[in-house]
Design a protein around this ligand. Structure first.
Ligand code: GDP
Ligand code: MN
Length: 389
């Protein structure tokens, strides 16, 4: 689960990490008033669930309140496109107005979950700012990493080593040690999958400050934090994802043209791999989980059909707990209701499989039955090819 920059900064601040003075605005008049409060000179920042705003035109240094208002008008309601948003961009509904800070140096600092080692790792660089991806590509030796032992935690001497390697000394180095330790504490207590400050700056006046912040909470821990659901900004999410979550379905958007309806994460991964092998590109996958009902399957099918990129559908279900005839009914019900004539391939196995197949074959849908995962993948790829010709 993601939150906005201003919310992430509030959390950092509650852990003693300095942030610029700022206000969140919902209208361009509020942007103007906030700019006045900051003394005219300020930074106006679009709040979207993506980075790269600096280069994408979503962050601007402003000199007069009227200029802030004009820029606010331009941003509100606009689909801001950055390297992280995809071509359709994300709609700007909130704007953060902050005091402008004179920056002397920019650093990168983050803690994130490394799934291969099952540990948090701290990542730091003296080359922070908008070019950090470029640094990681061209000068990976300029990126420092530290794997944190979950039992020992992050020790002050480790934080000091990082601060020194970033080139800090004296009281700023000690401030940075404290900041790193606080960041780790925040990361643990708030159950973060990622907590990132880019840039962490040393101001010309000689203070450390978080100029930008990104936090991703671990979805599996959201239940431990009662305030998290209210922090979510639904305008930043794919409506189909929101719909899927309502029915407890996992929907993941991908770039291709084949919608995939599967049960279980492992089978989903295998399905995507095998589709790729046969030259197919998944448009998404929708995992209906273990004990899906007919209604759930029908809802999943409806969600897949609403994805405009979908040109064909591949259903791959192992009906261990689910009965295949029930799944078939769900598909027929949903496809029939919207008059779907897209190519569909169903590969299923498990209890009542013959009844399920029979129902599908007699349904009048543009459907083929796959005898195996490979056969199913080959069929849907082939059906799509013929549609194009
Ligand atoms: P991002 O591009 O989405 O990561 O957005 P950031 O919040 O990091 O802003 C982009 C860049 O704008 C930062 O890397 C800074 O260099 C610059 N910036 C942000 N706030 C200020 C400020 O108060 N003063 C100055 N001089 N630059 C700022
Ligand atoms: Mn940034």
């Amino acid at each position: 689960m993601n939150i906005h920059e201003y919310q992430a900064k509030e959390i950092l601040n509650s852990y003693g990490i300095p942030i610029p003075r700022g206000r969140v605005a919902l209208t361009s008049d509020q942007v103007e008033r906030a700019a006045k409060m900051m003394g005219g000179r300020c930074v106006v920042k679009a709040q979207i669930y993506a980075g790269g705003r600096g280069k994408g035109g979503g962050v601007r240094l402003i000199h007069h309140p009227e200029e802030a208002q004009e820029y606010g008008k331009e941003l509100f309601g606009k689909n801001l496109v950055t390297v992280q948003t995809g071509p359709q961009g994300l709609k700007v509904r909130r704007i953060l107005v902050e005091e402008a800070v004179e920056i002397a140096r920019e650093f990168y600092l983050s803690i994130t979950l490394d799934r291969s080692s099952s540990r948090y790792i701290l990542i730091a660089s003296a080359d922070g700012g908008v070019e950090i991806e470029e640094v990681a590509r061209k000068n990976p030796e300029r990126i420092l990493t530290l794997s944190i032992d979950p039992f020992i935690g992050l020790r002050p001497y480790q934080a000091r080593k990082i601060a020194l390697e970033l080139g800090l000394s004296g009281s700023i180095c000690e401030d940075c040690v404290e900041l790193i330790l606080n960041l780790y504490r925040a990361c643990l207590e708030k159950d973060c999958a990622l907590i990132e400050i880019n840039p962490l700056v040393v101001t010309k006046a000689g203070w450390l400050m978080a100029m930008d912040a990104k936090i991703t909470f671990d979805d599996n821990a959201v239940y431990r934090h009662r305030e998290y659901p209210d922090m979510m900004d639904y305008s930043q999410l794919d409506p189909l994802e929101i719909n899927a979550a309502k029915y407890d379905l996992a929907y993941i958007k991908l770039a291709g043209s084949i919608g995939c309806l599967v049960n279980g994460a492992g089978l989903a991964m295998a399905t995507l791999d095998v589709l790729h092998e046969y030259g197919g590109e998944p448009a998404n996958f929708l995992d209906v989980g273990g004990g899906a009902t007919r209604e759930k399957v029908a809802e999943a099918f409806r969600i897949i059909l609403q994805d405009c990129d979908v040109e064909g559908i591949f259903v791959n279900i192992f009906g261990g707990i689910m009965r295949c005839d029930v799944i078939a009914q769900g598909i027929i019900e949903a496809a029939g209701a919207v008059g779907c004539n897209l190519p569909i391939v169903v590969r299923m196995d498990g209890s009542q499989v013959e009844e399920g197949k029979k129902l599908l074959q007699e349904s009048g849908l543009n459907v083929q039955i796959g005898s195996s995962l490979g056969d199913g993948a080959a069929r849907i790829v082939d059906m799509l090819k013929r549609e194009v010709c």
